[in-house]
Design a protein around this ligand. Structure first.
Ligand code: PLP
Length: 385
């Protein structure tokens, strides 16, 4: 598998150490038949895990009924999903633009912001908003930007969770501030409660759009539909992807209030955006999470995981919200720790030398959490000897 990967695929991801061939719920199996607990969930995408029967049925039925139609025609799935997302925001003015990924959702937000007649944007240091040139221009990570300079002009990066920096940087020339409710790729960095609320007040005062990138924190991941709900604010723009499609590629840029009507025919588009099969998958995922009341459980899973993981002396802290957690290790061994976890049949990933990220499916069971904790401890103990 590895030789075939190397000779057929570009090297931008490196060569993966295992090849996965089957999944069911929070379990996956590799080509040699080894079983893993999937605590990364396709990087926070598989909110219902793998091969969930209701997603399988929904996408099979949709594929049997109608495949791709483009945006020249309406279809019930996109309308129903847009209505559902709008209802989840609680805002009658919300309007949805569908695309295929997180980067595209943020590209759409960036283009929308230009239409208020301003060109400057504020983003945060350490942020991740995607790798296409517009989204990369918003991404506050030097290593990812450097090889591709020059990027878009007019983007200022300020420290995350620093309100006074935002106050200094903002002016009536700033079209948009884009910020993640939690910086996921940067190691699950959580801002102080009140930061987003203060940004909301500040942006309102200056007529600047507040875009909240919920690509990683949306769709129930934190125990709420959107990662900012603990702040009780209404942003102008919400971007979604990852969990939205229930495992299929789907992104959305939701605009609220005056900016919801800025796009006009010709402003923006995406051939595959709102694809019927992806929408059917998304609707099935949302239906299951709502019907079976999964979200209220997420907070208690978070507390339990934090409590159990922090018992290991190698762990400095566990940060994050809901089922998006960053385990901060006292030593810079996160990468080898993740390899050792993989050896014990657990998939997770290292966002840096000292942080391990967990983003299991939202349907993870109590016994799977217990199995994770046991295997985590086993690996942790080997570092404590
Ligand atoms: N925004 C955030 C907050 C993300 O975490 C990611 C991906 O990790 C993206 C945007 C980019 O999403 P995609 O990889 O689907 O383009």
């Amino acid at each position: 598998m590895q030789d075939r990967w190397k000779s057929a695929l570009q090297n931008n991801y490196g060569t993966p150490s295992i090849s996965l061939v089957k999944g069911s719920g929070a379990l996956v199996w590799d080509a040699d038949g080894k079983e893993y607990l999937d605590f990364l969930g396709g990087i926070a995408t598989n909110i219902l895990g793998h091969a969930h029967p209701e997603i399988v049925t929904a996408i099979t039925n949709q594929a049997n009924d109608l495949g791709h139609v483009s945006n020249l025609y309406a279809h019930p799935g996109a309308i129903e999903l847009a209505e559902k997302l709008k209802a989840l925001t609680g805002e009658a003015s919300a309007r949805v633009f569908f695309c295929n990924s997180g980067a595209e959702a943020n590209e759409a937000a960036l283009k929308l912001s230009r239409l208020i007649g301003r060109k400057k944007v504020i983003s945060t240091i350490g942020s991740f908003h995607g790798r296409t040139m517009g989204a990369l221009s918003l991404t506050g990570q030097i290593a990812k930007r450097e090889p591709f300079l020059p990027l878009l002009k007019g983007v200022k990066f300020i420290p995350y969770n620093d309100l006074s920096a935002a106050k200094k940087a903002i002016s009536k020339k700033v079209a948009m501030i884009i910020v993640e409710p939690i910086q996921g790729e940067n190691g699950v960095v959580v801002p102080d409660l009140g930061y987003l609320k203060s940004l909301r007040k500040l942006t309102k005062k200056h007529g600047t759009l507040l875009a909240l990138d919920c690509v990683q924190t949306g769709m129930g991941r934190t125990g709420d539909w959107f990662g900012f709900e603990n702040e009780e604010i209404v942003p102008d723009i919400i971007t979604l992807a990852k969990g939205l499609g229930g495992g299929l590629p789907l992104g959305a840029m939701i605009a609220i209030g005056d900016c919801a009507n800025l796009f006009e025919p010709g402003s923006h588009g995406s051939t595959f955006g709102g694809n019927p099969i992806a929408c059917a998958s998304a609707l099935a995922a949302i239906k299951v999470l709502e019907r079976d009341n999964f979200l209220p459980r997420i907070k208690s899973l978070e507390l339990n995981l934090k409590l159990e993981i922090t018992k290991s002396p190698i762990v400095q802290s566990v940060r994050g919200s809901g089922l998006l957690l960053g385990i901060v290790l006292k030593n810079k061994v996160a990468k080898e720790f993740v390899s050792a976890l993989q050896g014990e049949g657990v998939l997770a990933n290292a966002t840096s030398d000292s942080v391990i990220r967990l983003a299991p499916p939202l349907i993870i069971t109590d016994s799977q959490i217990a199995a994770f904790v046991e295997r985590f401890r086993k690996v942790a103990t080997s570092y404590e000897r």
